[in-house]
Ligand binder design. Structure first.
Ligand SMILES: C[S@@+](CC[C@H](N)C(=O)[O-])C[C@H]1O[C@@H](n2cnc3c(N)ncnc32)[C@H](O)[C@@H]1O
Ligand SMILES: O=C(O)C(=O)C[C@]1(C(=O)O)C=C[C@@H](O)C=C1
Length: 247
């Protein structure tokens, strides 16, 4: 169950396949995401704080595209509301299986935690229950672009009036210089975390067709079009950002 160092793209590949969240990725995922996403640990921990701020009794907290449940675990550390439960959803069976094991380990360590269940499902197919907090932590970028507004409208409908949606994403920039500078800084971040140029190039090739970032302006407008009334950027580190959207 121990996480390993990410060496998935360290050897030259004749052809780099599209990135999938399979067993190989699951084995290295905590290391991969920490070394690839600037600010990831801060975003996860503060998501627990944000969830505690918005969580209301008798409601569900969702962790969509939960992977190994880092956000679910942070919410469980911070949220203490009566009759609240967490539902984590991911469509990768390998992720769901490992996530359930990690949550059992968390259950064994703490006595009073919100109940949490992890479900294997496509987040586009879910009938959402009334919710006070929904986290999409680096997940929307993997959803087909035309489906993003459909999903956000559904989530807006599920949110109770005092609730909030958290959206973290890799972002593009409209200004070409800003885009290039921040992408170069992101490459420097990856190199400083021990990734070689080969690993960086092969990973980029693997995700270019499956992970499609938008600009902050596109996210903001789409959230407003989905029916949210306010969108606040609460975190940015290089080309990775997190925002909250309020009903
Ligand atoms: C970058 S990871 C998310 C990281 C995670 N939220 C965290 O904070 O550690 C993206 C996740 O979204 C999941 N995913 C992608 N498309 C999905 C879909 N349509 N339905 C459910 N999960 C999806 C992937 O399997 C993957 O585990
Ligand atoms: O942009 C990159 O290079 C990334 O690796 C980003 C990213 C992400 O943002 O989700 C992509 C896939 C991996 O799951 C981890 C990180």
């Amino acid at each position: 169950m121990n996480s390993q160092t990410d060496r998935i793209f360290s050897q030259p590949l004749a052809e780099v396949p599209d990135f999938v969240f399979n067993e190989d990725v699951v084995n290295v995922f905590p290391d991969m995401i920490k070394r690839s996403v600037p600010g990831y640990p801060s975003i996860v921990e503060n998501t627990g704080l944000l969830a505690a701020q918005f969580a209301r009794p008798n409601s569900v907290l969702y962790d969509l595209g939960c992977s190994l449940g880092a956000v679910t675990q942070a919410m469980r550390r911070h949220v203490d509301q009566p009759n609240c439960n967490i539902i984590g959803i991911d469509n990768s069976s390998a992720m769901v299986k490992r996530c359930q094991e990690y949550l059992c380990a968390q259950d064994a360590m703490f006595q009073t935690l919100l109940p949490a269940e992890i479900i294997e499902q496509d987040i586009l197919q879910v009938d959402y229950q009334p919710s006070s907090f929904i986290a999409l932590n680096f997940t929307l970028q993997f959803i087909e672009p035309q489906q993003r507004i459909v999903l956000l409208k559904k989530l807006r409908q599920a949110l109770i009036p005092q609730g909030a949606l958290l959206l973290s994403e890799k972002i593009k920039f409209t200004n070409a210089d800003e885009h290039q500078q921040l992408n170069e800084l992101h490459l420097a971040f990856k190199r400083a975390n021990g990734y070689s140029d080969l690993e960086i190039a092969q990973k980029r090739r693997a995700i270019e067709n499956v992970m499609l970032p938008d600009t902050f302006e596109v996210h903001r407008q789409r959230l407003l079009d989905a029916g949210f009334s306010k969108v606040y950027l609460w975190f940015q580190c290089l080309n990775f950002a997190s925002m909250i959207a309020l009903p």
